[in-house]
Ligand binder design. Structure first.
Ligand SMILES: C[S@@+](CC[C@H](N)C(=O)[O-])C[C@H]1O[C@@H](n2cnc3c(N)ncnc32)[C@H](O)[C@@H]1O
Length: 309
């Protein structure tokens, strides 16, 4: 498969979960290579509309003409945490029929050494989904406090050797700047070899640094809150997460938005602003064995669906 390819995960369950109406207005907040967008568009009629967002300029540039020239489709370069602004500017607040967020990085981002996401391929240690904003992983590692680094590795990577790895990184940066992915992978491997395990010893540290550099959890929390505000009644929210931290945030958000605050639970006449805004739809959906065999990325995917009340 070419390095520009990305196979959309849980495509069938997403299309079903969105309950697409041909004349509806949909948002694909994580366009990537447009795998989900293309299929959503196929289900829309002439009056349908699809707004897609991605913060990665390469994702925007790679969008095929079959999509960008389609009058029903619009692609915005930006962050999902700006969702309400983008939707408001188009006069669509409260009119969105369905939203999809397929979180994390795309295959092309991981596959291209120059993006600096991969410990398997040597490249500049960047890891930004939008290389034009914020600090690269290398810049972040150059100045982060050791305690903060340990906290990030433990929290975002669930890395059990966080202390040892943080110490090793701080020691190494005193010798020379950490500017390459292979250099960082070697520092981690030397500090916490994890012999006999299937995963590369740098897996969790790379994940944690990527989440920190891109503010991924803050983006997710913001977009969940904002989604509820742009959805019309009975609109659907579909979120695919790829690790337990993200899934926990989605699960809690959907659960909390599906019930009244504690003090109103079981009471008649709950004021409107405290009434549940969402209803969860089924349990988390994972990929079938066939999908995982065909696409390894699908193995850790969890799709959660909720409907606006
Ligand atoms: C897993 S890929 C999506 C793949 C897509 N569904 C497909 O089938 O081609 C995630 C994409 O979302 C983008 N992305 C992740 N977090 C984002 C955020 N907070 N704001 C905007 N785009 C984001 C990434 O740049 C990446 O291109």
């Amino acid at each position: 498969m070419s390095s520009n390819a990305h196979v959309p995960v849980l495509l069938g369950p997403v299309l079903q979960g969105l309950k697409i109406r041909p004349d509806g207005c949909y948002v694909d907040g994580t366009f990537g290579r447009g795998g989900h967008s293309k299929e959503i568009l196929k289900q829309l009629g002439d009056a349908g509309r699809l707004i897609a967002i991605d913060r990665d300029p390469q994702a925007i540039a790679a969008a095929p003409a079959s999509l960008t020239e389609d009058p029903r489709f619009e692609l915005i370069r930006g962050e999902i945490a700006q969702l309400e602004t983008f939707i408001g500017e188009r006069g669509l607040a409260g009119k969105v029929d369905g939203l999809l967020f397929d979180l994390g990085v795309s295959s092309p981002q991981l596959d291209e050494a120059d993006r600096g996401f991969s410990f398997m391929r040597d490249g500049p240690l960047d890891m930004r989904m939008d290389p034009d904003s914020g600090r690269s992983a290398s810049e972040w590692l150059a100045s982060v406090d050791e305690q903060e680094l340990k906290h990030v590795l433990r929290k975002y990577g669930e890395e059990t050797s966080a202390s040892r790895i943080a110490r090793a990184i701080v020691n190494a940066r005193e010798e020379a700047p950490i500017s390459r992915t292979a250099q960082l992978a070697r520092i981690i491997e030397d500090a916490a070899p994890k012999r006999g395990q299937k995963k590369h010893p740098a897996t969790k540290t790379f994940q944690a640094i990527r989440i920190a550099v891109n503010g991924e959890l803050e983006q997710l929390e913001a977009v969940l809150e904002q989604s509820v505000n742009v959805m019309r009644e009975k609109a659907r929210l579909c979120v695919i997460s790829f690790h337990s931290l993200e899934d926990r945030i989605v699960k809690r958000f959907m659960r909390d938005a599906s019930r009244e605050p504690e003090q109103y639970r079981g009471m008649p006449n709950v004021p409107e602003e405290y009434q549940p805004k969402l209803r969860t739809v089924g349990k988390a959906v994972s990929a079938t064995d066939e999908e995982v065999d065909a696409n390894r990325r699908a193995r850790s995917a969890h799709l959660r669906i909720a409907e606006r009340t």
